[in-house]
Design a protein around this ligand. Structure first.
Ligand code: NAI
Ligand code: MG
Length: 348
């Protein structure tokens, strides 16, 4: 029997609850589909920071490197640790060290879930560049606090970075409905985004079976509200993808449903799976967090590990629960109740 070694980082707040929920479901799937999940849990979190002065130990990255995948709940506890510290001390270093350049977020309305839009028939796969672009970190400030103060923040787009994320998008489109939408702002940003468009066209020649649309980010925001059913795979830079995937979470019913995978496509390092939502201090410890986003992220993890059948079965089980109205409205069902319903659907 195949054994997969998973590093679990439950983190803070509801991150702990939803990690337990996801693992309960994944273990049922493992039993049914004949593989084993061997987990090691790491207490890296804001509590850990308060005790040790760091979000993870110095050899944290090296420790994680040996695992087949990383599952993360959520990190952040702004009352005691500034968000910039918790984010830059754990999540971002992992994404960077393991070159998890493709951030994949599925946006689909599950059966029984009511989103804010009139249409329910959309199935979008957003792919966000996760390592460079507008979040390159290149920049600086001078004359702070003075009238002549200057702040500069530079976007960095490399051929390697742009080509690999677009190629990843083309491959996904090929495996899905054959349509790719590349999101830029090349009318206003005449260097980086024009470059992005050029690379898109170069690659399009290699993928004759994929049809390509070029959209500007502003028009794209409107399209995701007005006609999301026309979209299949969407590829965007770091900033644009960040914004669009929050919009995607909103149209699929909210953060309780938004799953995400940080993928290192060449598999030279582990990929990381986590719900889009944060630690939700306002509902932490109340057993009312919706675990569906976390469980869906777990399904993405199994798919990445090569257990596609188990991954699909988990999605079917989630949808069986939501079709019955379980987990579709905030606070209506406990975290535990939703998890048990999904586990039961998976058992039969
Ligand atoms: P958040 O996602 O934690 O919460 C936003 C709102 O959505 C809250 O009202 C919360 O109760 C609700 N919510 C979120 N997930 C839910 C779920 N599964 N079920 C039901 N309701 C849910 O974002 P917020 O409040 O901005 O950030 C809280 C902390 O989380 C901060 O420290 C922030 O830095 C961190 N954070 C961490 C992320 C990560 O680990 N990847 C991502 C986003 C935020
Ligand atoms: Mg965001």
């Amino acid at each position: 029997m195949i054994t997969y070694r998973l590093a679990l980082i439950p983190g803070d707040g509801i991150g702990v609850d939803v990690t337990d929920a996801a693992m309960a479901v994944l273990n049922v799937a493992a039993r049914r589909y004949g593989f084993t999940l061997e987990t090691e849990s790491f207490p890296w979190s804001c509590d850990y920071y308060l005790k040790t002065g760091a979000m993870m130990p110095e050899d944290g990255i090296e420790t994680l490197r040996g695992f087949d995948a990383i599952y993360l709940g959520a990190v952040g506890w702004p009352d005691t640790v500034p968000d910039a510290v918790s984010l830059h001390g754990l999540l971002l270093p992992i994404r960077k060290a393991f070159d998890q350049y493709a951030n994949i977020r599925p946006h689909r309305l599950l059966a029984g879930v009511e989103g804010p839009l009139k249409t329910s028939a959309f199935d979008i796969l957003c792919i966000r560049e996760n390592t460079e672009g507008e979040y390159s970190g290149a920049g600086g400030r001078v004359h702070q606090g003075k009238d002549n103060e200057v702040a500069v923040e530079t976007s960095v787009f490399t051929r390697i970075g742009v080509e690999r994320i677009l190629r990843f998008g083309f491959e996904q489109a090929k495996a899905r409905r054959g349509h790719l939408t590349s999101v830029t702002k090349s009318n206003a940003q005449k260097y980086s985004m024009v470059f992005w468009d050029e690379v898109t066209r170069e690659l399009a020649a290699e993928y004759p079976e994929v049809t390509v649309s070029h959209m500007h980010i502003d028009a794209m925001a409107a399209k995701m509200v007005m006609a999301p059913q026309d979209l299949d795979v969407v590829v965007a830079s770091n900033l644009f993808g960040d914004i669009l995937t929050d919009l995607g979470a909103a149209i699929q019913g909210g953060l309780g449903f938004a799953a995400s995978a940080n993928i290192c496509p060449d598999r030279s390092a582990p990929s990381m799976f986590e719900p889009v939502h944060g630690s939700a201090p306002d509902i932490a410890g109340q057993n009312i967090a919706n675990p569906i986003a976390a469980i869906w992220s777990g399904s993405q993890m199994l798919d990445h590990l090569g257990e596609g059948e188990a991954a699909a079965a988990i999605l079917r089980a989630i949808e069986e629960a939501t079709a019955k109205g379980i987990g579709t409205r905030p606070g209506q069902n406990s975290t535990e109740e939703i998890t048990k319903t999904i586990c039961a659907a998976l058992e039969v």
